[in-house]
Design a protein around this ligand. Structure first.
Ligand SMILES: CCCCCCCC/C=C\C/C=C/C(=O)SCCNC(=O)CCNC(=O)[C@H](O)C(C)(C)COP(=O)(O)OP(=O)(O)OC[C@H]1O[C@@H](n2cnc3c(N)ncnc32)[C@H](O)[C@@H]1OP(=O)(O)O
Length: 291
């Protein structure tokens, strides 16, 4: 039940309307504006924020969408009532199609650099979030979608979808920090095979290698995430947070030290003729799939 104030743009709802019956004590605030590609609902009773991606057709991550994601993550991190964040999708059958390939194909260079910086910032925030993060993966989750999922603390996925870092299938290389996160999640052997082959794992395969943590039916993904959150909430927050920080800090610091260098590598790599040709062909193949 949504009884909060819906704000527009960047404003966070400042008030919650409460009625006197216990059922209304849950104060759920929608903190993104209508028409936004993101729907962020904070339930102040449970302390759980649900961030649902809603950018048709496939939740591809372009500059504007990444900017919105950054703002939403910051809101959650700064909201003292939020103890946990669930990331999911409102688009049927798609969690996220990953980076918007049109950002990388025949790009404007300034925008390309800004796009990459914004992606770096989003990942640094998400991977380093103090609150508990759970990916409720209710659709396909290739490449950048897989990065977002892996950056959460726990992953619950519905059957019959795919997830993985499939960059080599596009003729490109997964950035070192994407690879690092996969390495931290499934270990070296699975990562070196998956990255070279550009493997998109089916849900069950992903479970078998530890890329995801749980499989539940499609309609139960969100409720299972809410339930899982309770297990994490039982652990003293400071101890849990510090354990996460200790484990993830070296990976984040590695990118922080090389942020500008990484933007340069990305720009020079993506604008190579051979890479542009590969991306153009991949985009074309996506468009022709339905013909
Ligand atoms: C020296 C070393 C230097 C290192 C430098 C590192 C450089 C590395 C750079 C980048 C890393 C890249 C990361 C990525 O995330 S790349 C994106 C990878 N994503 C994919 O491969 C997914 C592609 N999409 C699909 O497989 C499918 O669309 C689907 C399974 C997600 C959904 O299928 P379906 O529901 O059947 O939808 P359609 O295929 O019909 O798609 C609808 C529509 O959307 C367009 N589209 C799909 N995905 C993308 C995308 N990622 N970006 C942009 N557009 C996309 C698709 O083309 C259709 O468009 P339409 O025909 O115009 O309707």
């Amino acid at each position: 039940m949504r009884i909060g104030i819906v704000t527009s743009g960047l404003g966070i709802a400042r008030q919650c309307l409460r009625k006197n019956t216990s059922v209304y004590r849950t104060c759920r605030r929608q903190v993104t504006g209508s028409g936004s590609p993101l729907d962020l609902n904070v339930d102040s009773k449970t302390g759980i924020a649900v961030l649902s991606m809603n950018k048709p057709p496939v939740n591809s991550l372009n500059l504007e969408f990444l900017t919105e994601l950054n703002i939403a993550l910051e809101k959650v991190e700064n909201d003292k009532q939020c103890k946990g964040l669930i990331i999911t999708s409102s688009i049927p059958k798609i969690f996220s199609a990953g980076l918007d390939i049109t950002e990388m194909y025949q790009p404007d260079i300034d925008r390309l650099e800004e796009f990459w910086r914004t992606l770096q910032d989003m990942w640094i925030k998400l991977y380093g979030m103090n609150c508990v993060t759970i990916a409720a993966i209710n659709g396909h989750s290739p490449a950048g979608g897989c990065l977002m999922s892996m950056s959460c603390d726990y992953r619950i996925m519905a059957p019959n979808y795919t997830i993985g870092l499939n960059e080599t299938q596009l003729g490109i290389v997964a950035p070192f920090w994407f690879a690092d996160v996969m390495l931290n999640t499934v270990g070296f052997r699975q990562t070196e095979m998956a990255l070279q082959l550009g493997t998109l794992f089916k849900t069950e395969e992903a479970l078998n290698i530890g890329l995801i943590d749980k499989v539940v039916p499609q309609e139960e993904v969100l409720s299972a995430a809410q339930q899982e959150m309770q297990r994490w909430f039982k652990i003293p927050g400071f101890a849990r947070q510090l354990s996460k920080t200790e484990l993830r800090r070296p990976t984040i610091e590695k990118l922080l030290k090389k942020k500008e260098e990484d933007i340069g590598y990305f720009r020079d790599y993506i604008t190579k003729d051979a890479i542009q040709k590969s991306l153009g062909m991949y985009l074309e193949s996506l468009k022709n799939r339905r013909k």
